[in-house]
Design a protein around this ligand. Structure first.
Ligand code: FES
Ligand SMILES: [Fe+2]
Length: 398
């Protein structure tokens, strides 16, 4: 079987070796059972494995640009808080990012409930325990009796905020709850290598972003992002500029999966278009868009003129919060006269998301049926979804 037959036309002008195409599946494979999308037991197992032992993207570093900035978020329902400390680290001029479990060590109150900047320390509103931005416990008022800040036998140094391993890649903040994952740079190496021709230092963040909530399991959102098989029927406007047949699946190294399109047209308004990454013509990427699903729940898209970050944050087995953040290429892209151009892809993603969510939520409904047997995958067009599900199955069995 020719694995490229379904996408033979555009690939005739591209070198499959350059694209590192994923080979077709050798047999028809079945998917994860319905319980993986509906049951709390499975969700709990995912929280202990997928969302604990792997790096998980939890937010955007430029959401906490200044010392004292604090940003509460969560990892599959576990509350955490990202903090920009006030003291620069010895190895760099910038103030370090820290992440903690977002709970007061006294009686477990959620310490921070909204993004803010703290001028001094983090203070719990319940009994006013106070923590420095490095997480250490500073004050425990009246803990040892009226006007006694402490009590014999109370180990202040063992009751600071609980640190979580935290690292940054471009503008993305990742945490590893278990603390035993390989270094983030190793984990993301297939991604940074694949996209090494793009100068990601040129990325500039757009203030407009997209936030959504969908009534479906987080895996359905990532699976949907990983295949283009549905394009013709679900996304007529997208399909008119980049057809299903223009897409290809590529090997980006487990547990991540990738797909792309050989046809991408930058938006044009009044004869103007946005700046693109340099040297794309020389490396034959001037019309190529690529998408990588970074295991487990981060989706990235690179286009000649913009970069997409798509976070699928699991809230429960059947609820997912989605956030899309957009970056454009260089300072010239960010001028006010380019605002309408920057909004073109965001508008298109708004339409695309609505179309996708309608399908995703109906797949969630379908998983309530005793007739659902895991479904099956196109061996040629849905290897990415199969590989993603295999990565989940492997992770939860560890
Ligand atoms: S729960 Fe935070 S001070 Fe009591
Ligand atoms: Fe879609």
């Amino acid at each position: 079987m020719n694995p490229y037959r379904a996408i033979s036309q555009p690939l005739a002008s591209a070198n499959p070796q350059d694209l590192a195409l994923l080979p077709a599946l050798e047999t028809y494979q079945r998917g994860l059972p319905a319980d993986a999308y509906t049951k709390f037991d499975y969700w709990e197992r995912e929280r202990q494995t997928v969302f604990s032992h792997y790096w998980v993207c939890v937010g955007i570093a430029s959401d906490v640009p200044n010392p004292g900035d604090v940003y509460p978020t969560e990892v599959a329902g576990s509350p955490i808080v990202v903090v920009r400390d006030r003291n620069p680290s010895p190895s760099s001029a910038t103030s370090p990012l820290r992440a903690f479990h977002n709970i007061c060590r006294h009686r477990g109150l959620q310490l921070v409930d909204s993004p803010c900047n703290v001028s001094g320390n983090l203070r719990c509103p319940y009994h006013s325990w106070t923590y420095r931005l490095d997480g250490s416990l500073k004050h425990t008022p009246h803990f040892g009796g009226y006007y006694q800040d402490s009590h014999s036998g109370f180990a202040r140094d063992r009751n600071g905020l609980i640190h979580i391993r935290c690292e940054q890649w471009i503008d993305l903040v990742f945490v590893n709850l278990s603390g035993d994952a390989p270094p983030l740079s190793d984990y993301l190496q297939p991604v940074s290598e694949r996209w090494s021709v793009y100068d990601l230092n040129l990325l500039r963040r757009e203030s407009r972003e997209i936030t959504l909530q969908c009534n479906a399991n987080w895996k359905l959102a990532t699976e949907n992002f990983s295949e283009s098989y549905h394009l013709s029927w679900v996304h007529p406007s997208l399909n008119s500029c980049s057809r299903m047949e223009d897409h290809f699946n590529f090997d980006v190294g487990a547990p991540h999966v990738g797909q792309g399109s050989l046809v991408y047209k930058s938006g044009v308004l009044a004869g103007r278009s946005l700046p693109t990454f340099p040297n794309l013509a020389a490396i034959k990427k001037q019309t190529v868009a690529e998408y990588i699903t970074v295991f487990p729940n981060l989706m990235l898209g690179i286009h000649p003129d913009y970069f997409l970050v798509f976070l699928a944050n699991p809230l429960s087995p059947d609820k997912t919060a989605e956030r899309m953040v957009f970056y454009f290429v260089g300072d010239d892209a960010m001028t006010s006269e380019n605002k309408a151009l920057r909004h073109l892809p965001i508008d298109l993603w708004n339409v695309t998301n609505d179309e996708d969510i309608a399908m995703i939520e109906r797949m969630q409904v379908g998983r309530q049926s005793p007739g659902f047997d895991g479904g099956c995958f196109s061996p040629v067009l849905e290897q990415t979804v199969y590989r993603f599900q295999q990565a989940v199955a492997k992770a939860i069995s560890q």
